[in-house]
Write a protein that binds this ligand. Structure first.
Ligand SMILES: Nc1ncnc2c1ncn2[C@@H]1O[C@H](COP(=O)(O)OP(=O)(O)OP(=O)(O)O)[C@@H](O)[C@H]1O
Ligand code: SF4
Ligand SMILES: [Mg+2]
Length: 344
């Protein structure tokens, strides 16, 4: 049983009298302890998918359908105690219950850390508050844990950072503080929404290393959201490709990079500087992704696709699992009427 199961999730935006679909029936699993990527161009629905999972959607958005299940397994197995799993239907939880889940079981970091930090509160208070909020520690223990976490996240002077205010820190340091807040309760799942895109390359690398460390040390699964496939490739063993609110391809990173089947994925990979790949013709992916106002019954990629056929304009392709690469490419799934199926 996966840690998180998302099934047919749809999220809409209210605009005047209309409901516009921004996340369109997506399904995927996140296994305990894995690092999975979610990639796609700007506006394809990555952030709204994450906010739907965490119950943090803005007032203008709402979930229109689907299920989100968090399976919490207690692995404490002793002579007379078997491991047991509690399945939580996140959509059915009230705000109070969701608050208990957020931070403790699922936490999230955002692209703009300064917007998530309270400018009036010292860093240390913001980190230890999360622990205290979840009843995991008294004030003294929470302080010690916060200092430990700052040290773990490579702050050379944890005490100084503990007592600092957000405006006294650089963007990269604020992002590390956000990781500290997100990781302090050792959550089962951390959603990182473009956490490194506003940072320079060296700081970006450091951030990925720290997230990797959280993953290893705490067994925290990470949903890593990025429009930058080269970063996703280095950091994630498996990833999902989203286009116009739908997941169009998913699979092991190695498989998608050597044998992607969807022309959009091929185009994204071909667009990575210095990359020679099948689908090179789409290196720049001419045209632009449809906005949420432009809804078509067919494949949303059809206007940009070199393989478009008549049926592509009529209906959205069903899911196909490709098995040509054997066990190494297990879980390679594509939604395209004309997928390239040769795994080389
Ligand atoms: N608060 C909002 N109000 C109105 N429309 C929104 C809001 N948030 C998202 N949208 C719309 O929903 C669609 C999906 O947005 P989302 O933020 O999930 O995209 P994204 O894939 O995260 O993009 P980016 O890579 O730019 O962060 C977009 O068309 C966007 O304009
Ligand atoms: S379904 Fe058709 S239009 Fe869509 S990506 Fe596949 S070939 Fe292109
Ligand atoms: Mg986003």
């Amino acid at each position: 049983m996966a840690l998180l199961e998302v099934r047919n999730l749809s999220t809409v935006i209210r605009r005047k009298q209309e409901y516009l679909t921004a996340v369109d029936g997506i399904s995927f699993d996140i296994e305990a302890g894995e690092i999975i990527g979610l990639a796609g161009e700007s506006g394809c629905g990555k952030t709204l998918s994450a906010l739907s999972i965490t119950g943090l959607l803005p007032p203008v958005a709402e979930i229109a359908g689907g299920e989100i299940t968090l399976n919490i397994t207690d692995n404490t197995v002793s002579h007379n105690r078997e491991s047991s799993t509690i399945s939580l239907n996140l959509r059915s939880l009230d705000e109070e219950s969701l608050c208990r889940i957020r931070g403790k079981e699922i936490s999230m970091i955002f692209q703009e850390p300064r917007q998530s930090l309270n400018p009036l509160l010292r860093i240390g208070a913001q980190i230890s508050e999360t622990l205290e909020l979840h009843g995991a520690a008294d004030k003294k223990t929470a302080r010690a844990a916060a200092l430990d976490m700052l040290e773990k996240l490579k702050f050379t002077e944890p005490e100084k950072i503990f007592n600092a205010y957000p405006h006294q820190l650089s963007g990269g340091m604020c992002q590390r503080v956000m990781i500290a807040i997100a990781a302090i309760c050792r959550p089962r799942l951390l959603i990182a929404d473009e956490p490194s895109s506003a940072l320079d390359t060296a700081i970006q690398e450091q951030l990925l290393t720290l997230l990797g460390q959280i993953n290893r040390d705490f067994g925290t699964a990470i949903l890593f959201i990025s429009h930058d496939l080269s970063v996703v490739r280095r950091f994630c063993r498996r990833f999902l490709v989203m286009y116009a609110g739908k997941i169009v391809e998913e699979g092991p990173a190695q498989t998608l990079f050597s044998a992607s089947a969807h022309p959009y994925t091929q185009g994204l990979i071909g667009a990575i500087p210095g990359r020679q790949q099948r689908g090179k013709a789409l290196a720049n992916i001419p045209g632009k992704a449809p906005s949420i106002e432009e809804h078509s019954p067919g494949c949303p990629f059809a206007p940009r696709c070199p393989r478009t056929q008549e049926q592509c304009r009529r209906s959205f392709p069903p899911q196909t699992e490709l098995a040509a690469g054997g066990a190494a490419s297990a879980g390679h799934i594509v939604r395209c009427f004309v997928p390239e199926t040769s795994h080389d």
